[in-house]
Design a protein around this ligand. Structure first.
Ligand code: SF4
Ligand code: SF4
Length: 510
């Protein structure tokens, strides 16, 4: 208890001083933050003679020995636009558009056709593939067509169009489930049937995460409440308003994977969420871990290292160190499904930006277009120059507002022309400042990776462990010469993957 209290105070302290760093530093490398903390300790520790010094030195020792701060950046978070806006349910549109691919893995096949009557929660598409997740109707009404439609992740995807009859009638077959009386395998099957995927943005099917092989036992489940991407506040509002369900979701996941320890990790800049979740979690003997505020604190490997001091091996997964990580909204969706029987048919989306009339966190049926979601937030007060799905660091720019909200849509960001810096891509110019190295949370060498990708040197990319790049964008964000590091690395990864596929095909033909 004392330790938790001290850690909480320590990170609050560092956070406060980090905003006004005592050394002129433009980035947050490991050396910088350590140096900063030492200076703060010396300055304020001596000034207050004892108390602050006592806990900061203890916490500093703790950090150095167990939970090293590694890399990351601290972009302005802009969360003030929506952080205090409670979740608001918006009406379903006249027609919803549900793409057959809303997750990582194999796309689904429709199980309904034109003219079929469906209800809220009716299964409309499924797949036999293991890595996939079924899709359900988010409205009651009639299927009007199945046709290709622009997808927010890019390109066009076969989608089911459902005309809403406005009654919000639920599928009569839906019933609550008692997870306490279910076997772990039954829980995992139920989560699959609800179409639940990671709601943090990756949309990885949750049932796959909860089914590690027997030789990788899971001892700890971490609920990721970091929400470190600027602008986004949907997870934050879920934790504040639905803390009970987030904690219940954690307990369901723990039972599904047989873990004994459950931790909810939340960044220090969300004290209200920490308070609400702690009230519930401590009653069930679950832990709440306060993370320092830094991007990309919510990346799985960074989070595991921070919370447990365990290092996921290169190319490995959290299960290789006995951990499962799920996003806070995913945990809430799981608990909601077991309580009500309603599959994943809607989600909380942060719609924000300086030209959104009423930046909000809205509970929106899947299949609502971005244009309709923005309209539900009062529309725009100026000309939009860029619209992004997700956060500004890892989000995907859109070319039309006709794309629908999908399971991965955590946010819709709208930027004006004054806020967008359109740079024409050019050959990388490196002044060897080393900033990209110091901020890379995976301890990679972004400048070398980008160079290898630029010249198409696949061997070098492999040697430099390009697969470990999580595409967080910290390197590109911090580069003073604005090299498109993450963009080049992403291309390099894609080329390497394509080469691997060709290699496999050749081997199969021999
Ligand atoms: S190399 Fe990859 S993991 Fe490292 S900072 Fe750049 S984008 Fe992030
Ligand atoms: S790529 Fe950019 S950040 Fe990295 S060393 Fe070169 S100039 Fe510095």
């Amino acid at each position: 208890m004392l330790r938790r209290e001290m850690r909480h105070r320590y990170f609050g302290f560092v956070e406060k001083h980090w905003r006004e760093p005592p050394i002129p530093s433009g980035h947050v490398g490991e050396m910088d933050i350590n140096y900063t903390v030492v200076l703060v300790c010396l300055r304020d520790g001596f000034r207050t003679r004892g108390r602050i010094m006592a806990f900061t030195w203890t916490a500093l020792l703790d950090k150095i020995t167990r939970h090293r701060i590694s890399g990351g950046v601290h972009p302005p978070d802009h969360k003030e636009l929506t952080a205090e806006r409670p979740i608001r349910k918006v009406p379903a549109p006249g027609t919803v558009i549900l793409p057959l691919s809303q997750h990582l893995g194999a796309p689904c096949r429709p199980v309904v056709g034109k003219g079929d009557r469906v209800y809220v929660g009716t299964l409309i598409a499924d797949s036999d593939a293991y890595v996939s997740a079924p899709i359900h109707s988010s409205v009651s009404g009639t299927v009007v067509r199945v046709a290709p439609h622009p997808h927010p992740a890019g390109g066009e995807v076969e989608s089911i169009f459902i005309e809403n009859d406005g009654t919000e009638a639920r599928d009569p077959g839906l019933e609550p489930l008692s997870w306490e009386d279910m076997e772990p395998a039954e829980i995992v099957r139920a989560i699959r049937s609800a179409g639940i995927v990671g709601l943090g943005g990756a949309a990885f099917p949750t049932h796959v995460k909860l089914s590690p092989p027997a030789d990788y036992p899971i001892d700890t489940v971490i609920i990721n409440g970091a929400e470190c991407e600027p602008f986004l506040t949907s997870d934050y509002r879920v934790m504040v308003e639905r803390a009970e369900e987030v904690v219940t979701g954690l307990m369901i996941i723990m039972k599904a994977v047989g873990a004994r320890r459950g931790i909810i990790a939340i960044e220090a800049n969300k004290p209200l969420a920490i308070g609400r979740v702690s009230e519930v979690a401590h009653a069930y003997d679950l832990e709440v871990f306060t993370l320092p505020t830094r991007y990309p604190q919510g990346a799985e490997k960074v989070l595991i290292n921070r919370v447990l001091g365990r290092k996921v091996p290169s190319g490995g997964l959290p299960m290789h160190v006995g951990v499962v990580v799920n996003n806070a909204s995913t945990a809430q969706a799981i608990a909601y499904y077991f309580r009500t029987g309603l599959p994943l048919v809607r989600r909380v989306v942060t719609v924000t930006g300086s030209i959104v009339a009423k930046p909000s966190n809205i509970l929106v049926p899947l299949g609502t277009t971005f244009g309709e979601a923005i309209k539900a937030c009062g529309g725009l007060t100026g000309q939009a120059s860029k619209v992004v799905m997700g956060g500004p660091m890892m989000g995907v720019a859109q070319y039309t507002l006709e794309v629908p909200v999908v399971k991965a849509t955590s946010g819709i960001l709208v930027f004006s022309s004054e806020e967008v810096d359109y740079e024409i891509p050019r050959a990388p110019v490196c002044i060897r400042c080393g900033r990209c190295l110091s901020v890379c949370p995976m301890r990679l060498v972004p400048t070398q990776l980008a160079k290898a990708a630029y010249v198409g040197d696949l061997e070098e990319l492999e040697r430099l462990d390009v697969v470990d790049c999580m595409e967080c964008g910290s390197c590109a964000y911090t580069c003073p010469t604005k090299n498109q590091l993450v963009q080049l690395i992403r291309l390099g990864k894609a080329e390497l993957a394509a080469d691997g596929r060709k290699e496999k095909e050749r081997a199969e033909q021999v």
